[in-house]
Design a protein around this ligand. Structure first.
Ligand code: TYD
Ligand code: MG
Length: 459
């Protein structure tokens, strides 16, 4: 009888080698090689298991001429809520494997259960984490099933495939990939090999049957999806569910999407009866209550293709110690330092000996450079202790020489600001040249330089 062997697999890239190494020869990371025992008996591979479980041998296919493939016939399954549809790029693609990642307690199970309940088809909801009773209790909070929802509390993949064969679902949900395992692999559930093999088997099943599979994936402390990076390579779509647990809203972001854009964003609010999709994010992100206080400025930002107005708050005070503090929430610290340097150099405000705290309201992380102008405005507003009018908003990227650079999709930003009742909006002079339509109820103030913008705001 052959002896069992030991292999070392990199937890980052999945590289395996018979020898241990401090540094992975493939991806170059340190301390990522983990030891696994490989049983000497040959085991059916993940794909043959999936095929066998489904009673087929897998389709044998040769090369196909590109012109002969009918892509127009790709139907999408509409999801019950608009946010999920948007993030998926217009619905779930049949035969796709989608991974939803997020920190514990953020609402991944709630989102998927809620979706399963609202879908009008047969859904198999596999949970390796909760009992049937727990899921039922949660489902009762959310609502009654519209279609045919089948629950399965199981962690063995072979058994899951056996149930899939029996139930013949239209959609399969697996909560979570880290809890399920394949018999015969020596490693415990959640290990690199288990995750890789289970995901490969589910992918094979999805592709062959045309049934979309949704996977839940946990996130490690450093914010990456637990398990090897290769999980992200295997699946078609990776959605990240994020948000601050102290805030009620959650953001669903597309990180990878083989069938759509990754610029999309879905916003939800956690309520007593599940997640509510937020159609108008500005209403949630603008507090407007403290608008008469200094240090706040409203930016017309864009995330994906969605415009929304968001409040930037700054607090500037004299540095208590030698080195001034710079603290940011939801914004890039280096970018703040750059903007402060621009303020100092171009406008002549002595801000370098001050502590500066910056906060993007709502715990949202914005990467849109068009909020630069509002950051500068909020910092100055706090510094001179003068409030900016509550009906003023702005958009503009600030360059190193203090110029205000054009931003993308200005018409959409203007329309959103007007819809929300703003009366005055500072826009980059370069952006409004090509503008076809002027807003009816709002004044546009074109600004080309930071000094000009500040003069408009503070006189
Ligand atoms: P859960 O969906 O289990 O998160 P995950 O699967 O990502 O770990 O947890 C969601 C949290 O939301 C939990 O702390 C309870 C809360 N919650 C609500 O506020 N309202 C609800 O209707 C439900 C079902 C959960
Ligand atoms: Mg869960």
């Amino acid at each position: 009888m052959a002896k069992d062997k030991t292999a070392f697999v990199c937890s980052e890239c999945g590289y395996d080698s018979p020898k241990w190494a401090g540094r992975c020869p493939s991806c170059g990371r340190w301390n990522t090689m983990k030891e696994f025992t490989v049983s000497a008996e040959p085991k059916p591979s993940a794909s043959t298991r999936a095929a066998a479980a489904l009673g087929g041998t897998g389709r044998q296919r040769g090369a196909v001429r590109l012109a002969a493939i009918d892509a127009a016939a790709e139907p999408r399954m509409a999801m019950p809520d608009a946010e999920l549809n948007r993030v998926l790029g217009g619905g779930l693609v049949p035969g796709s494997l989608t991974l939803i990642g997020g920190e514990p307690g953020i609402g991944k199970s709630t989102l998927l259960l809620q979706t399963a309940l609202a879908l009008g088809c047969r859904v198999l909801y596999v949970s390796g984490e909760e009992s049937e009773r727990q899921i039922k209790l949660r489902a009762d909070r959310i609502g009654t099933p519209r279609g045919d929802l089948m629950l399965l509390c199981e962690t063995r993949l072979d058994e899951i495939f056996a149930q899939i064969k029996q139930v013949q679902p239209d959609i399969v949900v697996v909560d979570s990939i880290q809890t399920i395992y394949l018999d015969g692999l020596e490693n415990s559930p959640g290990s690199v090999t288990q995750i890789r093999e289970c995901a490969a088997a589910l992918l094979k099943y999805a592709k062959e049957s045309g049934v979309p599979v949704l996977l839940v994936g946990h996130i490690t402390k450093d914010g990456t999806i637990a398990g090897p990076k290769i999980l992200e390579h295997i699946v078609d779509t990776v959605l990240q569910f994020e948000g601050d647990r102290h805030y009620l809203y959650r953001i669903l972001r597309s990180i990878k999407n083989r069938f759509g854009s990754t610029a999309e964003l879905g916003i939800y609010e956690m309520c007593g009866s599940g997640l509510r999709s937020v159609d108008n994010p500005s209403e949630l992100l603008l507090t407007r209550e403290n608008s008469e206080l200094s240090g706040t400025a409203v930016a017309a930002a864009l995330e994906g293709f969605r415009p929304f107005l968001i409040e930037t708050q700054a607090l500037v005070s004299s540095a208590a110690y030698g080195t001034p503090q710079r603290t940011v929430t939801g914004f890039d610290l280096r970018r703040l330092n750059m903007l402060l340097a621009v303020l100092e150099k171009r406008v002549g405000f002595k801000i370098m000996q001050k502590d500066v705290f910056l906060n993007i309201a709502g715990g949202l992380r914005v990467s849109d450079p068009a909020i630069d102008l509002s950051v500068i405005a909020a910092v100055l507003s706090s510094n001179v202790d003068t409030a900016i009018g509550s009906d003023v908003c702005m958009a503009g990227e600030v360059g190193l020489s203090g110029e205000i650079r054009p931003v993308t999709r200005i018409a959409q930003r203007i329309a959103e600001a007007e819809k929300l009742g703003f009366k005055r909006m500072l826009v980059p002079a370069g952006s409004i040249k090509g503008l076809e339509q002027q807003p009816r109820n709002m004044e546009l103030v074109p600004v080309a330089r930071v000094e000009e913008a500040l003069r408009q705001l503070f006189g």
